[in-house]
Structure formats: structure tokens, C-alpha cells
Ligand binder design. Structure first.
Ligand code: ACO
Length: 273
């Protein structure tokens, strides 16, 4: 099913269970204006609980994934209005990135081109990330005189080693998609002309999994990062029990198909939903 929505700042189609959401300001290299941030939150709302959406993919129209925050509309125009306007714009941007981190459906960043500064927020917000080898990633904040805020410093420190994070943030030099994969900023880098096919392949695998288990799993991986081992063990018991009571049938079907029907092996793939 195709469901194209025409909006100036965000576009999406839903095709065969995948919501292809795109930053849609190619002329401005998809930098994030307050309007785009508001629209992206609406789009996430519209798609989150639709039965025909199994996976959400976030990419960009044109040559950019996102050139970060809109230096004019997000920074300069709000700064002159005062602190309230700045804080308001921050809430809108950080709000949809947070929403993405805890999204009900699995999410994939498909980084087709430029990815700068504030773009690291939604990059980290997505569960998985695949980049074009030709894509360019940069914390360019230092190049125009601010620190990498809005989570960008946290993202680079979380996902890469200390020395890489320091160099990347302090030097303001870009790295390719290939290097971003070596650093752990993305899962994989593939040539741009094969990027969509690879993402589609991954999305199809995710679509075949138990959706309740997927949501519990993605939340678990994010939560346990900041827990002690004992706290994580306890959290995971409770999260599994909560998921069990919410989705008894799917889990039982998975056991049945393995133990009784012998139609699949959980070690080698997902059960037949
Ligand atoms: N904010 C505002 N406008 C932007 C941004 C941005 N982040 N990025 C691009 N644009 C605008 C340009 O001003 C230009 O507008 P115009 O056509 O009205 O002159 C248009 O988008 C196209 O940009 P070009 O620079 O002409 O595109 P090019 O392909 O040559 O270069 C590049 C792309 C390298 C991404 C360049 O646009 C750039 O350096 N952008 C800024 C990247 C950046 O530092 N982002 C902020 C990170 S810090 C943060 O997010 C907190």
C-alpha cells in the first residue's frame, strides 16, 4: 500500500510494511528547522501504531541525510526572540529524537549523504543505521564556534572510542560512511546505489520477528547500557515477564513450531507468524 503525504518538510510512503520517511528540504540539505521538527513529530505520531507499518526507515531527499540544525531558522531567528524561543525550539527537536529512541516500531537510519551536528540526534534515535560509503559525517559545530550540543557530544562519546570522539569533535573534520562504520557510528556502509536494497533486506528480516519481542529487545539494549549488571538482570526479568503477559500467543506459537511441529529452529531464523 502506498500512502504519500505531501508536506513541505517531511515526506513519507508506506510500502509493504515499511514506512520510508524522508527529511524533505533537499534545497537546504535537509537541515532541521522548527517547522521540520514539528512536522516530524506529527509524522512519527501518524505512523507509530498503524497496523500496516512494521519498520520505519529515516532517510533524506537529495544529497543530504541532514545537514544538522538550521543555522538561520533554528539558531539565529530564535536567539533574537530570547531564551523562551530557544528553549521551545530545543524541546521540539529533542522531543522527536527522544520519541524515536523509544519508538514502538523498529527504526533504521538510512544515511544517504551529509550528516552533521544535530543530525547525530536522530541518527542515535534510530535502532540501526546504514550509510552510503560516500556519505559524510561531521561535528562541524567547532567550525562555527559552538560545542556539539543537542546530544551530539553524548552520541559520539557513546558510539565511538574516546580518542575518536575527541578528534572528531575538536577537529571538525568529516569522515566517510566507511569510516563511520569502522567507528561504530553506523552498522554498515555500502555503496550508495546498493543502500536502499540493503536496508530493505534488513527491514524484511525485522518484519518477520515477533513485534512485541522486538520492542522489548530494543528498549532493553538501550536501558541496560546505563545499568549495573545486577540491575540489568533484574530489569530484564521484569521486562520479559511484562512482554509475556502482553503477548502470550506469539511466544507460545514460537515454542510450538520448534518443539512440537519441528517446522523451524529459533537458532536459525524466526517462527512463522
Ligand atoms: N543551516 C541553514 N542552511 C543550511 C544548512 C544549515 N545547517 N546547511 C545547508 N544550508 C543551506 C545553504 O545555506 C544553502 O542555502 P541557499 O541555497 O539559500 O544559499 C543551501 O542549504 C545549500 O547549501 P550549500 O552549502 O550550497 O550546499 P553544498 O552541497 O555545496 O554543501 C554542506 C553542503 C557541506 C552540507 C553545506 O551546506 C554545509 O556546510 N552546511 C552546514 C553544515 C553544518 O555545519 N551544520 C550545522 C551542524 S551544527 C548543529 O547542527 C548544531
Amino acid at each position: 500500500m502506498t500512502d504519500p503525504i505531501q508536506d513541505a518538510t517531511v515526506a513519507y510512503d508506506v510500502i509493504d510494511g515499511i514506512a520510508w520517511v524522508r527529511f524533505n528540504r533537499p534545497d537546504k540539505r535537509n537541515c532541521m528547522s522548527p517547522r521540520l521538527n514539528r512536522r516530524m513529530m506529527e509524522v512519527l505520531d501518524e505512523l507509530e501504531y498503524r497496523d500496516d507499518v512494521g519498520v520505519l526507515v529515516l532517510s533524506g531527499e537529495g544529497t543530504a541525510w541532514s545537514a544538522g540544525m538550521d543555522l538561520k531558522e533554528y539558531f539565529r531567528e530564535n536567539e533574537v526572540k530570547g531564551l523562551g524561543a530557544t528553549r521551545g525550539a530545543q524541546r521540539e527537536a529533542y522531543g522527536w529524537w527522544r520519541r524515536l529512541r523509544w519508538y514502538h516500531k523498529p527504526t533504521i537510519a538510512m544515511v544517504n549523504g551529509w550528516c552533521f551536528g544535530g543530525g547525530y540526534g536522530p541518527l542515535f534515535g534510530c535502532d540501526l543505521a546504514f550509510a552510503a560509503e560516500e556519505a559524510q559525517f561531521g561535528l562541524s559545530e567547532i567550525n562555527w564556534g559552538i560545542l556539539p550540543g543537542g546530544g551530539a557530544s553524548k552520541v559520539i562519546a557513546e558510539l565511538t572510542g574516546f580518542r575518536n570522539a575527541m578528534y572528531h569533535a575538536m577537529m571538525g573534520e568529516n569522515i566517510s560512511g566507511k569510516k563511520a562504520a569502522e567507528w561504530g557510528l553506523v552498522n554498515e556502509a555500502v555503496p550508495l546505489d546498493g543502500l536502499k536494497a540493503r536496508v530493505e533486506e534488513v527491514a524484511k528480516v525485522l518484519q518477520a520477528k515477533n513485534p512485541v519481542a522486538l520492542k522489548a529487545t530494543k528498549d532493553a539494549i538501550r536501558r541496560v547500557r546505563e545499568m549495573t549488571y545486577d540491575n540489568a538482570e533484574d530489569y530484564l526479568i521484569r521486562a520479559q515477564e511484562a512482554a509475556n503477559s502482553y503477548d502470550n500467543e506469539g511466544r507460545k506459537e514460537g515454542i510450538k513450531q520448534f518443539i512440537d511441529d519441528k517446522t523451524y529452529k529459533p537458532g536459525l531464523g524466526a517462527y512463522d507468524k
